[in-house]
Each structure stands twice: as C-alpha cells, then as structure tokens.
Design a protein around this ligand. Structure first.
Ligand code: MLT
Length: 227
C-alpha cells in the first residue's frame, strides 16, 4: 500500500522508504553513483561535512541552492561527472534532502528516488513487496510539487507492474502524474523551488532532473552510506 508522508511525521518501521528530493539532492546522489562514485554520505551539518573530507572524497552541497564556501561542488547534478566522481566518496550536505535521508533510518529498506530513476525504483519496490512510504523532502518544511509528481510517477510505474491499493494522497499524486506525463516540465513550473531556481539561472538543472528514466540504478542507504 503506497502512501506519501512528510519527513516530520513518518513511521517507517517494517516499511520501504523512498526518499525524494527531485530538485536536487536525490537527483545528485543518483547521478554521482551512476557515474561511478564509490559511495555517498548524506550529512546534516556543514561542519560535519568538512570533518569527513579526506584525499579520496569530494564534498558537495548547497545553501539557498548555491555552493557552500570551501566545498568542492555545488548541488548541481551536472557537476557530478564521471571524471570527477569515479572511485570517490561523495559527502553531500543540502538544506532539505540530506536531512530527510537521515530521518529515515527506521525503514526496513531506504532507497533514493528521482524522476531520472523512477522506473528502476518501482521495479525494486515491486520485487520487495512491502508497504512503501514516499518521503518527500519538500522545501523548508513545506510541500513541494516536484517531489509530489515524482512520487506520483513512481506509484504510476509501480501500478503498471503490480496492482495495489493507494492511500488518498498517494492516489492524488498518481493522478497528477497520469494527467501530466509527457509534459512534466510545464507542471513543475508552478513549484516555488522551480521559480527560485530559474531566478538564479539553474534551468538546465531542472531540465536534467525532469528527464524520465535515464538512469537504471537504485541507490540504497545502508549503515549510514548510500551505495
Ligand atoms: C535541498 O536539499 O534543499 C535541495 O536539494 C536544494 C537545491 O539545491 O535545489
């Protein structure tokens, strides 16, 4: 039974969690691992991120969607190219996404989802066959359309593989995706984080994060690392 929950009221015991921050933390993690990063560590604090840095690691992240002073990379998935991340440990700190990941340690399985790997995520959760909670990172504690439509896409892809009941919020996300697939980019234009990203020149990142199923991997959080 899929449901959608917000990070501050989640109960994940015995369930599968899929953490979503389409713009952009989970899209960065999926991209870095698919381009050969050894692992990703999601941190909650900036200080902690600096402390974890060593010769074989890259530190990346954002505040107000801009690179943090002293970090190697920002939170743009386009920066996590193979020649930069291959074999490296990526330590990522973002405003909402990495915090959401760290709140999900109770899940029986914790996966990292995005629009870029949505179909692969749906196959994985269909195989496991447990109830699944889509944990939407949101923006500063608020609902965000981009995470919601991504949850809707994964639910839609899941129902193509396997029948199941949906909780009401999951059903509305499913319908939002069903009625907008083919033009997700127009849908996301109403999102507040979309408008902010456009205002600081990050349209290319949004275009990248909204491409469906260009990546086939499903990152999993295990023992504090994402692999
Ligand atoms: C976040 O974690 O809040 C985001 O990924 C923000 C962003 O860089 O777009």
């Amino acid at each position: 039974i899929p449901s959608i929950e917000y990070v501050d009221r989640i109960d994940l015991k015995g369930k599968v969690a899929v953490v979503i921050d389409v713009l952009r933390a989970t899209s960065v993690i999926i991209t870095a691992l698919s381009n050969g990063a050894k692992e990703v560590v999601a941190t909650t604090e900036i200080d902690e991120t600096f402390k974890l840095k060593n010769n074989n690691s890259i530190i990346g992240g954002e505040r107000k969607a801009l690179k943090i002073n002293g970090f190697d990379l920002s939170n743009s998935p386009l920066e996590y190219q193979e020649n930069i991340v291959r074999g490296k440990r990526v330590i990522l700190n973002t405003t909402n996404g990495t915090k959401a990941i760290n709140k999900c340690s109770d899940g029986a399985y914790v996966f990292i989802g995005g629009i870029i790997n949505g179909k692969a995520v749906s196959k994985k959760i269909a195989e496991i066959g447990k109830d699944v909670v889509f944990v939407c990172s949101g923006t500063d504690g608020k609902f965000s359309l981009d995470d919601y439509i991504c949850a809707g896409k994964i639910i839609y892809n899941l129902l193509e593989i396997k029948n199941g009941e949906l909780e009401d919020l999951a059903a509305t996300a499913y319908m939002a995706y069903r009625d907008n697939k083919g033009d997700l980019f127009s849908y996301v234009k109403m999102a507040s984080h979309y408008k902010y990203m456009i205002s600081i020149g990050l349209e290319e990142d949004i275009e990248y994060c909204f491409q469906e199923d260009i990546v086939d991997i499903v990152p999993e959080v295990k023992n504090g690392k994402i692999i």
